[in-house]
Write a protein that binds this ligand. Sequence first.
Ligand SMILES: C[S@@+](CC[C@H](N)C(=O)[O-])C[C@H]1O[C@@H](n2cnc3c(N)ncnc32)[C@H](O)[C@@H]1O
Length: 216
Amino acid sequence: MTEIVVTNKPEQERWQARFGGEDYVFGTEPNAFLASQAHLLRPGMTALSIADGEARNGVWLARQGLSVTSQDFSPNAQVKARALAAQHGVSVEFVLADIDLWEWGAPRFDLVVGIFFQFCEPARRVKIFAEMQRVLRPGGLLMIEGYTPAQLKYRTGGPSELDHLYTEELLRSSFADLEVLHLADYEAELNEGARHKGMSAVIDFVARKPRLAAAG
Ligand SMILES: C[S@@+](CC[C@H](N)C(=O)[O-])C[C@H]1O[C@@H](n2cnc3c(N)ncnc32)[C@H](O)[C@@H]1O
């Protein structure tokens, strides 16, 4: 198995065990919110999907003609992610890295996607949110879906720590430099594999990094 340096080995092993079976834990269809934003996508865009797991989202983006980088720290997830990409005949760049240790590189993405990556306490999250924003090109899009505090009553997926959950205010203030295109906090039935199933309280966020002002 591919070994990488991680900050929290037991946490990586926990995800490795979850992804060790044959089933796709969150399914092979894209996240419903992400798919609902298809009208904003154009073939040829460069996209980063962080904590992409078995790459149901990264592979779907590649199927839309985007040039995709899929990042996660679980080798087991990426074995299945590669199989899913091959099944659909698309190529995806897979980056195996701990998100806290990864060098995100220069701004180069037209789209940065983060779907259900609420494993971070606030201090870690600040850095990840800042990097998601930084690696966007001017005019680039950010898309996030996560659970809200109301999810604690449903227990149909997501973390149990209140401060890992998102509110409208948190997302607006964390991405105050971006233009918000869509922000919706709602409760709905999710059906995204065995781990995200049933009534759920989620928040969807789409924002654009400002384009550079024209000179003169
Ligand atoms: C709830 S799953 C969501 C997976 C994917 N975004 C989806 O919607 O199908 C959370 C993902 O975060 C990844 N993850 C957790 N901690 C991580 C870390 N420190 N660095 C990179 N990935 C991490 C897990 O391996 C897992 O794939």
